[in-house]
Design a protein around this ligand. Structure first.
Ligand SMILES: [Zn+2]
Length: 303
């Protein structure tokens, strides 16, 4: 089952050099989700050939412009593309008012439902579940209310026990029901439990998206053992004083969190515009946490 992240934007604060601010697409078995939506997100969705109408939900970390100024244009474009499926939007308090004001001002007619849920940035809560993923919030410490998102694959035993399927001579429909986690009833009235017809499920993967935040060990318990951790790295270590003041993280801050959380890999990003290349982030990160990766536009990482 596909579970991967496509990076659309990595800049902190503002777009420049044809690069945009925060935006990522999570693909869970062709169910798509957007994590943040910086200005220019639509252009990158086009560039990387993302099927926009497959986006089921948008998760906004906080209401600094570099994380959500791409939202209104995307919402009206969905309308132009004749979207019919509802769209879920999550974000801290204020996101509803923002979307309403923008849509009212331009008298937009979308033609589909927008379902906005404002997140509680102080406690971790499960906010969204569908057939593919479950999403919970990660409270973060930043200058305004902010939360990250922990995305887990939904536990679903999809490996069928071929011997048993053969033994009971099941139909395609019955096999589909078992895959969906439903028991089936044979004509004689016997019930077959889906658990008995499947093999032990493979480990479900998890992705933690943590931006923007100052170094904060309290998130470690929430993201413990994630396969991939995206943690903002606005600055290199020589800017640690400024990172503290501006409530951002350095590369070593992020690497330390990855070590404490026992993450499988660390994905860096949200790089300050003061850096012309990101090579130094890689070297510094690897010193503390070897599986450190740089993010760049167009990168696809299987989780
Ligand atoms: Zn911010």
């Amino acid at each position: 089952m596909k579970f991967e992240v496509l990076i659309l934007g990595t800049n902190a604060a503002l777009p420049h050099n044809n690069k945009i601010t925060s935006a990522q697409v999570l693909n869970a078995d062709e169910y798509l989700y957007l994590l943040d939506c910086g200005e220019g997100t639509q252009m990158k969705l086009e560039k990387f050939k993302v099927r926009k109408n497959k986006i089921k939900a948008i998760f906004i970390s906080h209401l600094h412009g570099d994380h959500f100024f791409g939202l209104p244009g995307l919402l009206t474009s969905f309308g132009h593309h004749h979207r019919k499926d509802p769209l879920h939007i999550f974000g801290p308090v204020g996101i509803t008012r923002y979307v309403q004001v923008v849509l009212d001002t331009c008298q937009a007619f979308l033609g589909y439902d927008v379902r906005i849920v404002e997140t509680d940035t102080a406690t971790s809560q499960i906010i969204y579940t569908d057939q593919k993923i479950q999403v919970s919030t990660i409270p973060l410490k930043h200058r305004i209310p902010t939360n990250g998102y922990l995305i887990r694959q939904v536990e679903r035993p999809y490996n069928l026990d071929g011997e048993k399927i053969k033994k009971y001579n099941l139909s395609i429909e019955q096999i589909r029901q078992i895959k969906d986690g439903k028991d089936i009833y044979l004509s004689e009235g016997n019930r077959l439990r889906w658990q008995d017809m499947t093999l032990t499920p493979v480990k479900q993967k998890a992705y933690a998206y943590c931006t923007d935040t100052v170094y904060d060990e309290t998130i470690v318990a929430l993201i413990n053992g994630v396969d991939l951790l995206y943690h903002e790295t606005t600055y290199l270590d020589d800017m640690s004083k400024e990172a503290q003041e501006r409530m951002h993280s350095t590369i070593s801050d992020a690497a330390k969190i990855a070590v404490l959380a026992g993450a499988g890999k660390l994905l860096t990003g949200h790089y300050s515009g003061r850096y012309l290349t990101t090579d130094d982030f890689l070297h510094a990160g690897k010193k503390l946490f070897e599986p450190t990766l740089l993010s760049y536009e167009g990168l696809v990482i299987p989780i």
